[in-house]
Design a protein around this ligand. Structure first.
Ligand code: ATP
Length: 249
C-alpha cells in the first residue's frame, strides 16, 4: 500500500528525516511511535504532499507520489487525520463531513454514493448523526476527533493515516477511538497510526516502527515491540506512570 525508501526531509538547514524507510502492507495497522520532535508528523506530511522531500521515494499502491499535490494524493486513496483534529469550527458537523468528500465529488462521484458514505460514517460514529446540525467547534475533544476521522473516511481512502488521535483525550474516549480504528481496518482500510500513546497503538497494530531524531531505529511485529526492553523503557514506562497516577489513592 505504502512504501517509503530513504526519505530525507529538511526545514531550511535543519534535517528532520534521515534516510527513513518503512512500508505498510494492504490490510495492516502499522504504528509509528517516537518522542516529540522525532519527525512523525513530517513523515505523514511528506506522504500527503504537505512538505516536499529533499530525497527518497514514496510509493502509494506502486505509484510514485513524492512531490504530488495533496489533492492528488487524496484522489489516489490516501487521507490524513491531522494532529489536533483541525475540524472547521464554524461549520456544522455535516458540512465538515461533506468537505471530506469534496475531492471525490469533483471527480464525479454521484450524489447517492455520498449519502451511502454518510450512512457508513454515521454507523461508525452514531453521535455524529445525532449532532449533524451542530457547529463542529461546540463538540467535545473526543467528538471532534471522531469527526476528523469520519471526515477523512468520506474521501474513501485505501490508506488512512492518523496523527496522534489520542492526544488530550480521556482514557475511556481513547479506548473508543482505538476500537473504531480497529474496525476501520476490519472493513478493509489500511492504517498508518502515529502515536505517542505507544502501548495502545501497538495493541491494535500488527507491526510498528520506532522513529528517533528522524531515523527509523527499530521495526518489528507489534507484540515484539511491546516486549522489547528498550521500547518499554523509552516509550511504555511513562504510560505506566500516567496510568498509576490516574488510579484513586
Ligand atoms: P510531535 O510528537 O511533537 O508532534 P513529531 O515526531 O511529529 O513530534 P515533527 O512535528 O515532524 O515531529 O517535527 C520534527 C522536527 O521538525 C521538530 O524539531 C520540529 O520543530 C521541526 N519542524 C516541524 N515543522 C516545521 C516547520 N514547518 N518549520 C521548521 N521546523 C519544523
Amino acid at each position: 500500500m505504502l512504501r517509503i525508501r530513504n526519505l530525507d526531509v529538511a526545514y531550511g538547514s535543519v534535517t528532520v528525516l534521515r534516510r527513513a524507510s518503512l512500508h505498510v502492507a494492504a490490510g495492516e495497522i502499522v504504528a509509528l511511535i517516537g518522542a516529540n520532535g522525532a519527525g512523525k508528523t513530517t513523515l505523514l506530511e511528506a506522504v500527503t504532499g504537505l512538505v516536499r522531500p529533499r530525497a527518497g521515494e514514496i510509493a502509494l499502491r506502486g505509484r510514485d507520489v513524492a512531490g504530488l499535490r495533496t489533492e492528488e494524493t487524496v484522489a489516489l486513496g490516501c487521507s490524513l487525520v491531522p494532529e489536533g483534529r483541525q475540524v472547521f469550527p464554524s461549520l456544522s458537523v455535516r458540512d465538515n463531513l461533506l468537505l471530506g468528500a469534496h475531492v471525490q465529488q469533483r471527480r464525479g462521484r454521484p450524489r447517492h454514493e455520498l449519502a451511502r458514505d454518510l450512512e457508513r460514517v454515521h454507523g461508525l460514529f452514531p453521535r455524529l448523526a445525532e449532532r449533524g446540525r451542530q457547529l463542529a467547534g461546540l463538540l467535545s475533544g473526543g467528538e471532534q476527533q471522531m469527526l476528523a476521522i469520519a471526515r477523512a473516511l468520506m474521501a474513501r481512502p485505501s490508506l488512512l493515516m492518523l496523527d496522534e488521535p489520542s492526544m488530550g483525550l480521556a482514557p475511556l474516549v481513547v479506548k473508543d477511538i482505538f476500537a473504531v480504528v480497529s474496525r476501520i481496518r476490519e472493513e478493509g482500510c489500511t492504517v498508518l497510526l502515529v502515536e505517542q500513546n505507544a502501548r495502545s497503538a501497538l495493541r491494535i497494530a500488527q507491526r510498528g516502527y520506532v522513529l528517533e531524531t528522524g531515523r527509523v531505529v527499530l521495526e518489528g511485529a507489534a507484540d515484539e515491540l511491546l516486549a522489547n526492553r528498550d521500547v518499554q523503557r523509552a516509550y511504555l514506562g511513562r504510560e505506566i506512570d500516567r496510568e498509576a497516577e490516574a488510579l484513586p489513592a
